[in-house]
Design a protein around this ligand. Structure first.
Ligand SMILES: [Zn+2]
Length: 87
């Protein structure tokens, strides 16, 4: 049985994901299943933090906050994130 790796194993793979222009990605709402381009969904709460809401059901898709100690990203409202191919 394979032993799990620690989170550092994701540093390389995720650096290729989160350097993309995320506003062009399509999110699928975990609540109602609606697909929406990030740039077209509503964002609330700036500048203290950001909440991206589903235009279909109003559920929070994504929450992001910056504090002196961390940048926190909560994506539990997203069932799928589809990112356009490079180039
Ligand atoms: Zn929804």
């Amino acid at each position: 049985m394979n032993e799990p790796l620690d989170g550092n194993a994701l540093a390389g793979p995720l650096s290729g994901v989160f350097t993309v222009e995320v506003t062009a990605a399509t999110v699928v709402c975990a609540g109602c299943g609606r697909a929406e381009v990030v740039a077209a969904a509503a964002v609330y709460g700036a500048p203290m933090g950001f909440v991206l809401r589903c235009p279909g059901c109003g559920d929070a898709l994504l929450r992001y906050a910056e504090t002196p100690n961390a940048r926190t990203l909560d994506m539990r409202g997203i069932a799928t994130l589809r990112i356009p191919p490079v180039g």
